[in-house]
Design a protein around this ligand. Structure first.
Ligand SMILES: Nc1nc2c(ncn2[C@@H]2O[C@H](COP(=O)(O)OP(=O)(O)OP(=O)(O)O)[C@@H](O)[C@H]2O)c(=O)[nH]1
Ligand SMILES: [Mg+2]
Length: 755
């Protein structure tokens, strides 16, 4: 199970709370004092943000969860990518002052991409002034996150009804609508549970909730709605409800274990999104999160994996590789089949290598426990592997061929920014190159290449490069200087027509002239279409019109050699030396004379494609854009907006920006609220009636949402500090590549030395 969310929504804080509640910790740490279990890197503790995901097995009641705390900053999206690949479920958090944010949608799409169907939403920070349970719930619909969010709890801001009239913020309790009980937390954070009555009479004289409390009249309708909405997904429940007498309290007697069974089925099929809430910082709601994770999320047995028997062959996915000074290479794996034992030998199907397992560890954040075996479903670490990289599949040697199929690989997101690395002296060159290679192995979203004798490191954003630089120095003791940062541009296909003979390549093979032909239909991708992230924003199809998987995953076939050739030609345009993007490429046919090695297809395809791209002439240039959310005081708003416009930015929406997607496209409107219970806003006294983000603590501040070229925003923290007298804060998320104007194209070609 992974915790995923927008930056700062409280994932690490919730992790710490879970570790405390499950008795793994006796005292909790906080992000603010740099003392949490899972943010253990010095850079994480200094900055108070998560940079790498940390996994930890948690025991709660009869369950064991493998919990993965992920980073929220978009620059570390690779970590969410790999975590999404190996989990069967996720808890997605929302800061309930803000509602759904740009990266909430980002991580949601990542979960979609890897088919993580079962999710629970946790509306966090309900203690903050301006927090609103209802508005946050509604934002799930308006941002089209899920059509059927289902609140399993209602928040109790205070047990004193006066506080509602005075619009006091807070969270003191939760009503569990399923188990029909009230949770109450005292000042020390100790919880007590109070069952609710099953008949109407007793409601007027409850001990736990006073008769004048505004939540009281909502309880029975909320439970009724929950059951009715759920019955849309279960005929059995529908019939049970229909057979009940028509009294208002009849639904109170529906057995809760029965309700949980129906909830679980609907959650596993992703028909509903269960919604919980609380305050991770105050440990409020944590117990309910863990209970419902155990009760509702898929277990490894619920997900279609290989059937398991006592002698099932081993199949693992390496989802992360890390380097540790003491332990050496650490390969994080999830066991998808069989049982892995210490000192065994496994086969890496992608690198075609046998690998010896020296030790097995269960990792508790930075602490490790050595174990003799990793069982089916578990997440652990292998020491001793030499070749394995993130996304590789490992299987038993000697197992049946069917077990050798490759598990779906992990796609690193496209890098958008690069910096040159200059070794301090000649003797530093080799150590720097080794360090870069090792770092790229641990973080596949870092790419290293050499252009005109210069080493370039490409990454996901300015913060990512800063962290990469720090790790090279601290973890590998590399000695180097860093050149100016520049963004990674892309080239699209030029206008020139193809040469009719461009599909043929003649070469010399063993002293004989041979002719290899590869016919590719290459054209620009339609503007409205999105490219495949596996192919850096291009669409690459095989002869049958099916998308090509990444070249590494289909070793040995002629198609795989062609895919390698395509990938090599795309990585470097003969016109601009930039990577190519937004191309639509379909393989039509190919022929290779008998007796010529199929591997020759790689070179042939690369040459044929490069010629085609060269003949087409230089195409449009694209540059990466970012979506910015800037929060400033009213008086500096004008200056900030003016500066954005001067730097090629576009202001999207001055008030909430909430209807604009991270990639700048307008949303088509939210999901209807039909079949969804949204409690009245009175439940969140300090939340006000407005939308999240526009109320409470932020009243004196204004937020600006804008889209701007990343190249002009590299030094934005300094610029904003000057513009806002130090009061401005901002966040960025990647918004994809956009085609630039002719004037800007010339500027870029000059910058990269091509004009
Ligand atoms: N008021 C309040 N603050 C909270 C709560 N949970 C977390 N915070 C604060 O929010 C900030 C961010 O919390 P983190 O746990 O680091 O958030 P995160 O989602 O792990 O952030 P990244 O890993 O950097 O994406 C910290 O200052 C926390 O103290 C909460 O329930 N209430
Ligand atoms: Mg964190």
């Amino acid at each position: 199970m992974a915790l995923v969310a927008h930056i700062d929504s409280g994932k690490t804080t919730l992790t710490e709370s879970i570790l405390l509640k499950s008795s793994y910790l006796t005292t909790r740490g906080t992000v603010d004092t740099g003392s949490t279990t899972t943010d253990f890197l010095p850079a994480e503790r200094e900055r108070g943000i998560t940079i790498q995901s940390a996994s930890i097995p948690v025991k709660w009641k009869n369950w064991t969860f493998n919990l993965i705390d992920t980073p929220g900053h978009a620059d570390f999206g690779m970590e969410v990518e790999s975590a999404s690949r190996v989990v069967d479920g996720a808890v997605v958090l929302i800061d309930s002052v803000e509602g759904v944010e740009a990266q909430t949608k980002g991580v949601w799409r990542q979960l979609d991409r890897y088919g993580v169907a079962t999710r629970i939403m946790f509306l966090n920070k309900l203690d903050r002034p301006g927090a609103s349970f209802c508005a946050s719930l509604a934002s799930l619909l308006s941002h089209r996150l899920h059509p059927r969010p289902m609140a399993l709890v209602l928040p109790i801001a205070s047990f004193d009804p006066q506080h509602y009239a005075q619009a006091e913020p807070g969270i003191q309790g939760l009503v569990d609508l399923v188990k029909w009980e009230v949770w109450k937390w005292d000042e020390q954070g100790t919880a007590s549970r109070h069952p609710l009555p099953r008949d109407d009479e007793a409601f007027s004289s409850l001990d736990i909730i006073s008769a004048s409390h505004p939540i009281l009249p909502l309880l029975i309708p909320a439970r009724t709605q929950l059951l009715e909405n759920l019955s849309m997904f279960s005929e059995e429940l529908m019939e049970e409800l229909l057979s009940l007498p028509s009294s208002p309290t009849a639904y109170l007697n529906v057995d809760s274990s029965n309700v949980i069974r129906h909830l679980r089925q609907a959650t596993i099929k992703n028909e509903i999104l269960p919604v919980l809430g609380g305050s991770a910082m105050k440990n409020i709601g944590t117990d309910l999160v863990m209970d419902y994770v155990g009760e509702l999320l898929a277990s490894p047995l619920d997900v279609a994996h290989d059937p398991q028997g006592p002698n099932s062959p081993v199949r693992l996915l390496a989802w992360k590789v890390a380097w540790d000074k003491k332990r050496g290479w650490m390969t994080f794996v999830r066991v998808y089949s069989g049982k892995l034992t210490r000192h065994s030998v496994v086969f890496n199907t992608i690198r075609n290598q046998r690998e010896r397992v020296s030790k097995l560890l269960l990792l508790y954040a930075s602490e490790a426990e050595e174990v003799d075996e990793l069982a089916f479903g578990s997440v652990g670490v292998i020491l001793g592997l030499k070749y394995t990289r993130t996304g590789d599949t490992l299987v038993s040697t000697g197992g049946p061929a069917s077990a050798r199929t490759v598990l779906r690989e992990i796609t690193p997101p496209a890098p958008v920014i690069a910096a040159s690395i200059v070794p301090q002296s000649h003797s530093d060159l080799e150590p720097v190159q080794e360090a870069l290679e090792a770092l790229a192995r641990t973080d596949p979203s870092v790419r290293v290449d050499v252009q005109e004798g210069q080493i370039l490191v490409h990454g996901m954003g300015a913060l990512h490069l800063e962290i990469v630089e720090g790790r090279l120095r601290d973890e590998w003791n590399a000695r180097f200087e860093v050149g100016r940062r520049r963004v990674s541009y892309r080239e699209g296909l030029g206008p020139g027509a193809p040469d009719p003979n461009s599909h043929i390549w003649q070469t010399d093979a063993g002293g004989k002239q041979v002719e290899i032909s590869v016919t590719l239909d290459i054209r620009p991708l339609d503007h409205a279409k999105k490219g495949d992230p596996i192919w850096d924003g291009n669409v690459v199809l095989d002869e049958n019109g099916h998308p090509f998987p990444a070249p590494d995953t289909m070793a040995g076939t002629p198609q795989s050699y062609i895919a390698h050739g395509i990938s090599s030609a795309l990585s470097n345009s003969p016109n601009s030396s930039l990577a190519m993007s937004h191309l639509h490429i379909q393989l039509k046919q190919f022929s290779i004379p008998p007796g010529v090695a199929a591997s020759m297809l790689t070179g042939a395809t690369a040459v044929i494609m490069r010629n085609r791209i060269r003949d087409a002439g230089i195409g449009p240039i694209m540059e990466p854009y970012v979506h910015l959310k800037i929060s400033v005081t009213e008086d500096s708003l004008g200056k900030v907006v003016k500066d954005l416009t001067e730097h090629g930015g576009e202001v999207l929406d001055l008030s909430t920006g909430s209807t604009i997607e991270a990639d700048g496209t307008e949303e088509i409107g939210g999901y209807p609220d039909e079949g969804v219970y949204i409690p009245p806003s009175i439940l969140s006294p300090s939340g006000g009636a407005g939308s999240p983000g526009s109320s409470g603590a932020l009243r004196l501040r204004r937020s600006v949402h804008a889209l701007a070229p990343l190249s002009k925003m590299l030094d934005y923290s300094n610029r904003l500090r000057a513009l806002s007298g130090g009061h401005g804060v901002f966040e960025t998320t990647n918004a994809g590549f956009r085609e630039v104007s002719d004037a800007r194209k010339l500027e870029i070609l000059k910058e990269i030395g091509r004009a």
